[in-house]
Design a protein around this ligand. Structure first.
Ligand SMILES: [Mn+2]
Length: 276
């Protein structure tokens, strides 16, 4: 049976689109692939879940090519055409955290917020960096309980403010875990568990975050852990279908910019991915 023809001139339209860790302003950003992805995917609400612009890196050396401008323009254009654009700052764009709760035209800035999906499921949307300290000291914190957990979250924010003032790099969980490859799986697992714990505390059904650059949609004891990945290595995003179903899109498998030589192959693969 041949699949029904799809109209390739129109972008695929979703209820929501979740992106994080673009790290615009660094050489690592896969801007071409991202532009391609944004051309083909539209949504009623677009969530930008932190580390969108890399302020830490821009402070030390200015790198802002035209393609990075194009990404920003493309996102603003979606807002002009009626999309709700929600920006949840991360640690690399924490300068925007001063504007949390404010609205600039169609763009809203939130420290974290709850997304209600079409199926009624409620997700906490948060970048995730604040849990670094909790993840590092998980065993201790489990021992001391809720109070220590609160203190650790508070400390995590303060420690990195101080580190930045001293000109030190942000303490990155993913970089730290990668340097200890054997433990990386362990630590990613612990990050996921910590976020699930936070979801439980806030009485939501799941969490949608970024930060560790490892995309996933996982069920953890009834909680849904969703990580959008990044646009440095993985080139992934999460979409919510009209019925509330969440899907992880691995754009590397479809991107022409990333070396997929046949546009036809990329497009032919899309209907299957949609049905998955
Ligand atoms: Mn981050």
């Amino acid at each position: 049976m041949t699949p029904p023809p799809i109209d390739d001139s129109q972008p695929r339209r979703y209820r929501s689109l979740f992106l994080s860790d673009l790290h615009l302003g660094t050489r690592g950003t896969q801007a071409e692939a991202l532009l391609e992805f944004l051309r083909e995917h539209d949504a009623e609400t677009v969530y930008l879940i932190g580390d969108i612009v890399d302020g830490w890196r821009l402070r030390s050396s200015w790198y802002w090519p035209q393609t990075h401008n194009d990404v920003v323009q493309k996102l603003l254009r979606k807002a002009r055409k009626g999309a709700r654009l929600i920006y949840v700052p991360g640690n690399h764009d924490e300068f925007l955290r001063a504007f949390c709760g404010m609205q600039f035209g169609a763009i809203e800035i939130h420290d974290s917020l709850v997304h209600e999906a079409a199926d009624g499921k409620r997700y906490l949307v948060i970048h995730g960096d604040v849990f670094d300290v909790v993840v590092r000291h998980a065993r201790w914190l489990a021992f001391f309980g809720d109070w220590a957990y609160e203190v650790a979250l508070w400390l995590s924010t303060r420690i990195n403010i101080v580190r930045r003032r001293l000109g030190l790099a942000y303490w990155s969980l993913s970089a730290w875990a990668k340097a200890r490859v054997k433990n990386a799986v362990n630590f990613i697992g612990r990050f996921e568990e910590t976020l699930a714990m936070e979801a439980r505390r806030r009485q939501v059904d799941g969490v949608i975050c970024g930060h560790i650059h490892t995309a996933a949609i996982r069920d953890l004891d009834g909680f849904t852990y969703i990580n959008t990945g990044d646009w440095v290595e993985s080139c992934t995003a999460v979409v919510e279908h009209q019925d509330g179903r969440m899907e992880l899109i691995d754009w590397r498998r479809h991107s022409v910019a990333l070396g997929n030589t046949s546009q036809a192959t990329a497009i032919a693969a899309l209907p299957q991915r949609r049905a998955a």
